[in-house]
Design a protein around this ligand. Structure first.
Ligand code: PEP
Length: 251
């Protein structure tokens, strides 16, 4: 039985006071939730403040990015150890905005995933196709390549630290979510791929989140899909009421 996992990706939003308020609002609303794993991923500069606001609650802290080198002359980058130092449990890696707006490659993403796991962080590894790739019937091919290259060289023991987030790029921030059938099809394909790459037991244990315009109104139908184990939520995670409603729907 896979425990549902809902994470909020705040992207480049909030300010210090807003981030602390949002975290505090979630702590109050969600203090009784035990059946769902929960995390928020604020901008790096507010991780420390949000860690304090979360105050060892049942809501974990995640970062939105990390660099794979342990330290040194990498101006502007943040190491895994630094994220651990400010109490991060999770780190989002390979988000489509980093792939397509910043230019991250599968090879870089693979190095980041590997370094994160070695440091004891739990990666939320994002994959997903562009609209033109879906329209060209290439969704399975694109997602398969992203997963094979992103997880290359990882042992079964290590890969169990990973949550995969299937996020069709055309659904992110657009208000148009994948239908439950579209999400289920890709999630089932991903699970079969994991069974091929590793084995059935491992594939059955790994959590696959859906992301892309998830909101209170579509949470129940998406989470009813047998292979959808959670949600990675952007816009709706910036409103404490909406994010808490989604989590309570799942709980
Ligand atoms: C995301 O940023 O991962 C995301 C899914 O965003 P949104 O929920 O706003 O589509």
């Amino acid at each position: 039985m896979r425990k549902p996992f809902i994470a909020g990706n705040w992207k480049m939003n909030t300010d210090r006071a807003g981030a602390v308020d949002l975290a505090g609002g979630l702590v109050g609303r969600l203090k009784d939730v035990e059946t769902v794993d929960m995390a928020v991923c604020p901008p790096h500069v507010y991780l420390d403040a949000v860690a304090k606001a979360l105050n060892s609650s049942n809501i974990a802290l995640g970062a939105q990015n990390v660099y794979f080198e342990p330290k040194g002359a990498f101006t502007g980058e943040i190491s895994c150890k630094m994220l651990k130092d400010v109490c991060c449990t999770y780190v989002i890696i390979g988000h489509s905005e980093r792939r397509h707006k910043i230019g991250e490659t599968d090879e870089l993403i693979n190095k980041k995933i590997s370094a994160a796991i070695t440091s004891g962080l739990l990666p939320i590894f994002c994959v997903g196709e562009l609209l033109e790739q879906r329209e060209a019937g290439k969704t399975a091919q694109v997602v398969t390549e992203q997963i094979k290259e992103g997880l290359a060289g990882l042992s079964a023991e290590k890969v169990l630290a990973v949550t995969i987030a299937y996020e069709p790029v055309w659904a992110i921030g657009t208000g148009v979510n994948a239908t439950p059938d579209q999400a289920q099809d890709v999630h089932a394909m991903i699970r079969e791929l994991l069974a091929d790459m590793y084995d059935n037991s491992l594939a059955g244990q790994m959590r696959i989140q859906y992301g892309g315009s998830a909101k209170p109104a579509n949470t129940a139908e998406l989470m009813a899909c047998p292979d959808v184990d959670g949600l990675l939520v952007g816009g709706a995670s910036l409103k404490a009421d909406d994010f808490a409603t989604m989590i309570k729907t799942v709980a």
